[in-house]
Design a protein around this ligand. Sequence first.
Ligand code: APR
Length: 251
Amino acid sequence: MKTTDQINTAARKIAAARHSVALTGAGISVESGIPPFRGKGGLWEKIDPMKYAHIQYFLADPADVWRVLLKEMKTLLKTATPNAGHMGLARLEQMGLLKTIITQNIDGLHQRAGNTDVIEFHGNFADYYCIDCRLRQKFDDIDLRSLPPRCACGGVIRPDCVFFGETIPVNLLLRSREIASCCDLMLVVGTSAVVQPAAFMPAIAKDHGALVIEINPEPTPLTHTVSDILIQGKAGAVMTALIAELERLRS
Ligand code: APR
């Protein structure tokens, strides 16, 4: 099926759905200048995630993790702004056609685009806390002249995101599973669908009768097993075309 036909079909399905949700990954933020983790130009091609994104190494050598991973990530996120992919999902919510986004991203761009119900499955890079006294701090208040940054109590400061080796906050996991099991349409945008339990959400949705629509330039493990439609393309262009078709259907 041609992409335009797929987009027209997807638009009709979204317009008719009772409860649509989205699962997003790093791919939706690529057009905002934030590299993906895997694939061409991916962050994990340069940095070993099982070292620098693992909680055990962070606790063993927090200065090295701050130097190699966290400072670069924060610089990237500081300049990133929502792109057409994020704006398209925000417009869907404004149209009453999208209730919740479950995102694996830590960049806060869905909220900045205007979505109001965003489950940050892997936390976010906006908030930080001391691993000793748990005092919460905003990034701009953290002194990076010496690494690792430390709290007034002397404890190491860490981002409020989920490292490998840590569990997803139980409340977020349970709510996400609940939402996946009661939606009737799930948009899966910009994820390689290889990291669990996030990548299991489309399968839960499918098991409960939902239609699963993937938006990704390339197939993923979901494509021939769970997804009903793969619209092969970049999130910005596909979301823009989807919204245009939905606006046309409404006029
Ligand atoms: N539009 C849509 N999708 C895109 C675009 C784009 N412009 N560019 C790339 N993609 C797709 C890639 O084809 C790939 O399938 O986005 C996906 C990015 O995959 P990953 O980099 O693996 O990101 P993600 O799926 O979010 O990773 C999951 O792994 O390392 C952990 O915590 C990290 O949350 C992350 C998790």
